[in-house]
Design a protein around this ligand. Structure first.
Ligand code: HEM
Length: 533
């Protein structure tokens, strides 16, 4: 993969060098100890660097000191968004908190205004690249490509050929077909007119994968048919998702890198050749089929047809295609699972959505996407679930300061990692009234006479950082409209066709955080057909 593999991660230090580094890190921390009251060791050593004079003059950003060497790495283990939120309260640093993850300087905000300042600033247009992202080629795809001409070109190509309104409309039939297949599968598991238990996660992930395979690779499979191709891709995506979701200690403690203690490097090295083989076969097939006139064009063809200067090398193309499949699959499935869980927990809300859908279409035919244009309650429900269960509570992928800058009046040096705790913002009582209450009606509120605001027209696409589950600014999620359209239509179709009830004790909302925040216990529901009953 040429450039994809030329990161600093490839370098190997000798055992002696490791000892030297540990010793010098230790001694520099001893020297700097008095200096790192706030933010921990990575900020302490900063005091002795070239930024020293400016830092001394300004107040330090509040934050935990953490432990020598590792700083506050413990915060990132398990449910990091909960721990960071609690620490920000303890340090009185909800607006801006400094912490150290080993040698990495980090700032985190739990405040919508500061989040806006950070995400919309061109100073945070880069991402810190993890070893797994390098190894899995993502530094050549949109998500981790450094800010610059290459990244801009990729975003433009993706925006024009995959995410523009015409393309999204063009894939409507495909989403409809996949929704019908999901309904068929649930129906057969539900025994026709009867009632039965369905574990929805596997079904949703398969549906979502098939959807992306069709948009990106032009391959159509039925959700209910076993296909070797789909199975294989599912395994590759699962493994990639797990690897990117792991908090890898050696990303922050470079002197540990040689040991690959969490086996991240090893697993990436096993995965990459498989991904290469899989995607290369698809690219080759497309190259061969381009001569045929009956041939349907897809995203692979778009990339193959690019002319200089936009033309991508085969390895870059592979990285971009792999990322699209990878990013578009689980995010959608995770969100639909959270929404269905909430529908089971709040049957009154479920009934209201169903009544809204029935009023628009009746029950004699299946829903189509155009039926949803008139809905108001359904979008409010989706927003309320996004508020309480953002799939990326820390906005999945952090940002990196490409220059020295200022945030909320504090000096932030170049190379600092910046995170937004969206989960903490959406649960903050100063930001949302009764934030822990599941209340979709809050998104139906109109502004009172003479008042500003009201949430009726609330956009979740990044203009208002009180709820921005797709991020904001230059690196906002390019797949947000496609993602939300798919989620909304599939939820509507499933609720139109079935009544969802609890199986056993009912949904357990405990979370597990990997690359996305999923339900720790996969959701199992009872479905009862309602449209044909
Ligand atoms: C419910 C669905 C989704 C959610 C919640 C979601 C969320 C996010 C978030 C929070 C970010 C980081 C934004 C930032 O830094 O400001 C992101 C980036 C990204 N997302 Fe999504 N996403 C979803 C669906 C999709 C889909 C369907 C695709 C593509 C098929 C996609 C592709 C990407 C890419 C390529 C990036 C990196 C953008 C860049 O760095 O320039 N996402 N997404």
């Amino acid at each position: 993969m040429g450039a994809a593999h030329t990161g600093s991660f490839g370098s190997r230090q000798s055992g002696l060098m490791v000892k030297d580094t540990v010793f010098s890190a230790w001694s520099s921390q001893k020297v700097g100890r008095a200096a790192w009251e706030s933010g921990g060791p990575a900020w302490g050593s900063q005091k002795w660097s070239k930024y020293a004079s400016s830092l001394w003059k300004k107040a330090a950003i509040p934050g935990p000191r953490g432990l020598p060497f590792i700083g506050s790495m413990d915060l990132m283990v398990g449910l990091a968004h909960h721990k960071i939120a609690a620490m920000a309260v303890a340090c009185q640093a909800k607006r801006l908190m400094a912490l150290s993850l080993g040698e990495t300087r980090v700032i985190v905000t739990c405040n919508p205004d500061v989040a806006k300042e950070m995400l919309n600033s061109s100073d945070f247009a880069d991402r810190p690249v993890k070893e797994s992202a390098y190894s899995l080629m993502f530094n050549r795809a949109i998500g981790f490509a450094p800010y610059g001409v290459y990244w801009r070109t990729l975003r433009r190509i993706a925006a024009t050929h995959l995410f523009c309104p015409k393309q999204i409309k063009g894939s409507e039939a495909q989403r409809f077909e996949i929704a019908s297949q999901m309904v068929e599968m649930m129906m057969s598991r539900g025994g026709g007119g009867g009632e039965n238990e369905v574990r929805v996660r596997d079904l949703l992930k398969l549906a979502s994968l098939n959807n992306m395979m069709c948009s990106v690779f032009g391959r159509k499979y039925r959700v209910q048919d076993k296909s070797e191709w789909t199975d294989e891709l599912r395994k590759l995506v699962d493994e990639g998702y797990q690897l990117l979701g792991i908090f890898n200690w050696s990303d922050h403690l470079p002197w540990l890198a040689d040991f690959d203690l969490q086996k991240v490097r090893f697993r990436c090295s096993q995965l990459v050749p498989k991904v290469n083989l899989y995607v290369s076969r698809i690219i080759d097939e497309h190259k061969a089929a381009r001569q045929r006139s009956d041939y349907e064009r897809d995203f692979v063809d778009v990339l193959l047809n690019l002319q200089e200067p936009d033309k991508l090398s085969d390895s870059d193309m592979l990285a971009v295609l792999w990322e699209m499949i990878f990013r578009g699959t689980d995010t959608v499935a995770v969100l639909v699972e959270w929404i269905l869980a909430r529908m089971v927990l709040h049957p009154d809300v479920q009934t209201r959505v169903q009544m809204e859908l029935d009023q628009l279409t009746g029950r004699s035919r299946a829903l189509t996407e155009s039926d949803l244009a008139e809905t108001t309650y359904l979008p409010a429900v989706v927003k309320e679930v996004l508020r309480l269960h953002p799939p990326g509570p820390l906005l999945s992928w952090a940002r990196l300061a490409i220059t020295d800058t200022t945030v909320d009046g504090y000096h932030v040096p170049r190379g600092t990692t910046a995170m937004v705790n969206m989960w903490a913002i959406t649960r903050d009582p100063h930001v949302w009234t009764d934030p822990l209450q599941f209340n979709p009606d809050r998104f139906l509120l109109k502004p009172g006479p003479g008042e500003e605001g009201g949430n009726m027209e609330f956009s979740v696409f990044g203009s208002d950082l009180r709820l921005a589950p797709f991020g904001s600014g230059r690196r906002t999620c390019p797949g947000k409209t496609l993602g939300l359209t798919t989620v909304t239509f599939w939820v509507a179709s499933l609720l139109h066709e079935f009544e969802f009830g609890a199986a056993g004790v009912g949904p357990d909302l405990t979370e597990v955080l990997g690359l996305s925040c999923e339900m720790a216990q996969p959701l199992t529901v009872r479905v009862r057909p309602r449209r044909l009953a």
